[in-house]
Design a protein around this ligand. Structure first.
Ligand SMILES: Nc1ncnc2c1ncn2[C@@H]1O[C@H](COP(=O)(O)OP(=O)(O)O)[C@@H](O)[C@H]1O
Ligand SMILES: [Mg+2]
Length: 387
């Protein structure tokens, strides 16, 4: 079913071997919502998620614990279904498959790798790999053991084929779990924190295996906590509170191209501030440009009599810190989280901010206009107050 797409996927590599755009779309989540019913009421774990992954891409899904990463991957895997919206993989509407169809479809099209390996403890390694083959008739029964041994060979685990999982290390178990995920030669690999339980050296070698698989034409979606690994994939999708951040940036900065959005999304840092806390303090250095995702902030400026007065309030989609980013210097104002819910912001460090305005002259114009307005606003308020 994916044969044609697989053949194409080697054609669009950049000079560093990573995927560029231009392949056919393989995974498409369209306006996906996932609401869990909990004792405390309805909990939205995914909100209006749109995600497209082309054949041959290596995508990392990153975000804090509880942000919805596993829920997202489970949508693609058909392990869980959306409350509304569509999940399309190749020509298949995954959300419409019944349980029986789902198992067959998944067995042929997806390899899934989990954080805790999940090898069956009573089967040998080679038997663990043969197990998924027995569910799908991709390989003839007489050829399964040889194919499983070939996969173990690729993972440099052939010498251990007849051991039980308990007899090998965590890193080795994860290699075998990857071999198992590849048992039916699926075009797509989904991995949920596959390196989360490994030391950094072992994590790196597992990651290299994924890189090799992408070079051989597989499409990989990998949840990871590890920002260093996330920098090495073709694309990182940031998720915060069930929403894909790229979409927020697109709303706030409609002048950015989708390539720019993707590039800058990779480098944002979502942060929460408790109600009443100071996000910036007047006179202190500003290290970030902030875009508000949720909640409201007050901008306080010092008056002639030494007191601080609220000169403006900003909410979702507005930003602050740009004056100090553009002109340098310490914070001109104190910025405080208002209300009774935490204020959530996306933070961009100075280098990223500078690159954004350099690469997008339209954005620079837009922000310069806002700066001008705000400086005038602050000066007017201050003059008014000191009269
Ligand atoms: N089956 C479930 N029932 C209720 N809430 C759930 C369920 N699964 C996940 N959640 C909630 O949805 C949110 C996202 O969970 P998850 O996708 O596992 O996050 P992540 O993988 O990013 O840590 C969390 O707040 C979690 O508690
Ligand atoms: Mg998770």
């Amino acid at each position: 079913m994916f044969g044609k797409r697989q053949n194409q996927s080697n054609n669009n590599k950049g000079t560093n071997g990573l995927y560029q755009h231009g392949n056919e779309e393989l995974i498409h989540l369209r306006q996906v919502d996932k609401i869990f019913n909990t004792a405390a009421g309805k909990f939205p774990a995914l909100k209006n998620v749109d995600l497209r992954v082309d054949a041959g891409e290596f995508v990392a899904v990153i975000g804090k614990s509880g942000s919805g990463k596993t829920t997202l991957v489970n949508m693609i895997a058909g392990i869980d279904r959306p409350s509304s919206g569509e999940v399309l993989v190749g020509n298949t509407a995954v959300h419409k498959l019944n349980e029986g169809q789902m198992a067959v479809w998944r067995g042929k099209n997806l390899g899934i790798v989990f954080q805790f390996f999940q090898l069956l403890p009573t089967l040998t390694l080679v038997e663990n790999i043969m197990l998924p083959m027995d569910f799908c008739n991709v390989h003839k029964s007489g050829e399964r053991r040889k194919y499983a041994m070939d996969l173990l060979e690729q993972m440099e685990m052939a010498d251990h084929a007849n051991k039980l999982p308990a007899a090998i290390s965590g890193g080795q178990q994860q290699r075998v779990a990857i071999a198992r995920a590849l048992a039916n030669d699926p075009p797509i690999l989904l991995a949920d924190e596959p390196t989360g339980n490994l030391d950094s050296k072992t994590a790196d070698s597992v990651f290299q295996l994924f890189e090799d698989l992408v070079k051989r034409g597989k499409t990989i979606v990998m949840v990871t906590h590890d920002n260093d690994l996330a920098k090495r994939v073709t694309r990182a999708v940031q998720i915060a509170d069930g929403e894909i951040i790229e979409k927020h940036l697109a709303d706030v900065f409609p002048v950015l191209t989708s390539e720019q959005l993707i590039a800058f999304t990779r480098r944002v840092d979502p942060e929460k501030y408790a109600p009443g806390s100071a996000i910036l303090r007047r006179g202190e250095p500003v290290h970030h440009f902030h875009v508000i995702l949720k909640g409201n902030v007050s901008i306080l400026v010092q008056q002639a009599d030494g007191t601080e007065q609220v000169v403006a309030k900003y909410g979702r989609g507005q930003y602050f810190g740009e004056i100090e980013m553009l002109r340098g210097g310490n914070s001109m104002a104190t910025v405080r989280a208002d209300g009774d819910i935490p204020v959530e912001v996306l933070r961009f460090d100075r280098d990223t901010f500078n690159q954004m305005v350099e690469q997008a002259p339209e954005l620079k114009k837009l922000i310069a206009g806002v700066v001008q307005e705000r400086v005038t606003e602050n000066t007017t308020t201050r003059k008014g107050a000191s009269k």
